[in-house]
Design a binder for this molecule. Structure first.
Ligand SMILES: [Zn+2]
Length: 100
């Protein structure tokens, strides 16, 4: 059972290993590996309350997640990247190759 967390420091989404433990120590539910290392260097302890909230949120996310096979059948509705349309694929470059 693996949880996805969002780093409080840099906002990146990361997936700690199962059991919340890296090869060199415990994983943090609030910081990614990079930030965890930085905080450790600075001597800043992990915020316990935020860690508990992050862990609960990750568990809730996991429970609400769609099974992978069902997710694959759904259309990708993420707005982050424009969909590749038929028009986009048949741009000037493909027209040129047809002429030549
Ligand atoms: Zn981070």
């Amino acid at each position: 059972m693996r949880y996805v967390f969002e780093c409080l420091e840099c906002g990146v989404h990361y997936l700690p290993p199962e059991g919340m433990a890296y090869s060199d120590g415990p994983a943090s539910p609030v910081w990614c590996t990079l930030c965890q290392g930085l905080m450790c260097e600075r001597g800043i302890p992990e915020p316990a309350a935020a860690a508990a909230v992050a862990l609960a949120a990750a568990k809730a996310n996991l429970a609400a997640r769609i099974p992978p096979d069902e997710e694959a059948r759904r259309p990708d509705v993420r707005p982050s990247r424009p969909a590749h349309t038929r028009r986009a694929r048949s741009g000037p470059s493909s027209a040129r190759s047809k002429l030549g």
